[in-house]
Design a protein around this ligand. Structure first.
Ligand SMILES: [Fe+2]
Ligand SMILES: [Fe+2]
Length: 204
């Protein structure tokens, strides 16, 4: 998706709760941690797309559309890793991802295969949407001009991924069902964000 000046993150992504404004300042002083965490987020985006391709190998459009996303997310991981090295910072250990774990806990475990597919796709759309919003904050609030540009590119890319996951959901599931379930996801995600401590060492 092409990012235009008139594109407002809030309107497109429908997030119910904006990021606490203190977050970007905390992130700015925890660069090694935030870049490390970001690198793992990109890794997980790539590996989750691979898992979805394996799980839904019979869904032609899903396999076709997610295959290049794997490459793109891995490319993102490499860019972040390069940024760490360039700055003489270390790629640290992977942390427990409370945000993503809580989203996964919200997925319907039983139910029919269509509902499970829908929740898999909406979980990805949700993470892309919030990541996009966080990258927007970084692209506006970091003191380093180079990093602001760096994060603007990620913001645009993740907005496109958000759109793709919603479109895939609408391809496989009735649009009205997607809309209703997405509204539930947005509400749950706001609750999760509201209960998480604001920390500068993680993207979410
Ligand atoms: Fe990414
Ligand atoms: Fe993404």
């Amino acid at each position: 998706m092409e990012w235009t000046e008139s594109t407002e993150v809030k309107n497109i992504l429908g997030l119910q709760l904006p990021t606490d404004p203190r977050w970007v300042d905390l992130a700015a002083v925890s660069l090694e941690d935030i870049l490390t965490d970001h690198a793992y987020c990109e890794q997980k985006a790539a590996t989750t797309c691979i898992s979805l391709i394996q799980k839904y190998s019979d869904r032609v459009l899903l396999v076709k559309e997610l295959s290049p996303i794997v490459t793109e997310e891995w490319g993102h991981f490499r860019l972040v890793l390069q940024e760490l090295h360039k700055r003489g910072l270390s790629f640290g250990k992977q942390r427990k991802d409370e945000y993503v774990n809580q989203l996964i806990a919200f997925q319907k475990k039983g139910g029919n295969p269509e509902e499970r597919l829908l929740d898999h796709l909406l979980t990805m759309a949700m993470i892309e949407a919030r990541s996009c919003e966080r990258f927007k904050r970084l692209s506006e609030g970091l003191p380093d001009e180079y990093l602001r540009q760096f994060y603007r590119r990620f913001m645009e890319s993740e907005a496109g991924h958000y759109k793709l996951f919603i479109e895939l959901a609408e391809h496989y599931v009735d649009k009205e069902k997607v809309r209703k379930r997405w509204a539930e996801w947005l509400e749950e995600e706001a609750r999760i964000i509201n209960n998480l401590t604001v920390r500068g060492d993680r993207i979410h």
